[in-house]
Design a binder for this molecule. Structure first.
Ligand code: HEM
Ligand code: HEM
Length: 175
């Protein structure tokens, strides 16, 4: 069945490549780094807006679960009994929120650093660096979650982020 709409898919791969390229070009700032950083920032903001207006599985209301539900899900993962989710699972959903906010904050502080008002402020440079550094373990955890869930439910989630399609739900899946 169709799960990820076109906007979600294009936004994901734009976000992933721009964040990786922003990282690769960060040395001393520079034009390339700034423009690539703006692409990441714009994509994250648009994806956040799409989270209120997009198709069913793109919406935060669909995949951001209450803390209690999320903890219960984490417990079931530890026991190896977690159900398959058609959209983002509760842990994945929170990871999506954290990733989007961290990319936004990183891009925003990068931009602030170039404004006359804040140019050369050391605390801002450090904050920009700290937020960008935080993205590394978060993305690593994101990839670990994707690989684990793909293996657990015998489903290639990376391919699904390209095609938008996932296996139809069975009776025990959460759709
Ligand atoms: C490097 C920076 C990356 C960032 C910031 C990032 C961020 C995100 C975000 C925000 C989502 C939610 C998608 C949405 O609902 O719009 C997501 C989902 C996903 N990402 Fe990434 N991603 C990154 C890299 C990658 C890479 C390199 C891969 C795989 C090769 C990947 C695979 C996936 C998959 C499979 C999903 C869907 C997860 C699910 O089925 O619930 N991501 N990612
Ligand atoms: C999400 C996107 C971004 C990421 C992942 C990122 C990452 C980084 C990293 C890791 C550094 C090195 C920090 C340090 O040395 O402590 C850096 C520096 C810098 N970034 Fe970004 N950045 C992003 C967006 C932006 C944007 C949008 C701008 C400006 C328009 C920008 C401007 C700068 C500048 C000027 C520096 C150099 C500061 C210096 O002189 O050392 N960045 N960035």
């Amino acid at each position: 069945m169709k799960v990820w709409d076109g906007f979600v898919r294009v936004a994901h791969w734009t976000l992933a490549s721009s964040v990786i390229l922003a990282w690769a070009t960060h040395e001393g700032g520079g034009r390339w780094h700034e423009w690539i950083g703006y692409v990441a920032l714009a994509t994250a903001i648009l994806r956040i807006l799409w989270g209120f207006a997009g198709s069913r599985y793109a919406r935060f209301a669909q995949f951001v679960y209450a803390p209690k539900t999320t903890l219960a899900y984490a417990g079931s993962v530890l026991k190896g009994l977690e159900p398959r989710y058609i959209g983002h699972n509760p842990l994945g959903g929170w990871m999506v929120v954290v990733l989007l906010l961290t990319v936004t904050a990183s891009g925003f502080t990068g931009w602030l650093f170039t404004t006359d008002r804040f140019w050369g402020e050391e605390w801002l440079e450090e904050l920009h660096g700290a937020l960008s550094n935080a993205l590394l373990p978060l993305v690593a955890l994101h990839l670990a979650g994707v690989i684990f869930t793909s293996w657990k439910h015998r489903e290639n989630l990376v391919r699904a982020m390209f095609t938008g399609k996932k296996r139809d739900p069975s009776a025990t899946d959460v759709s």
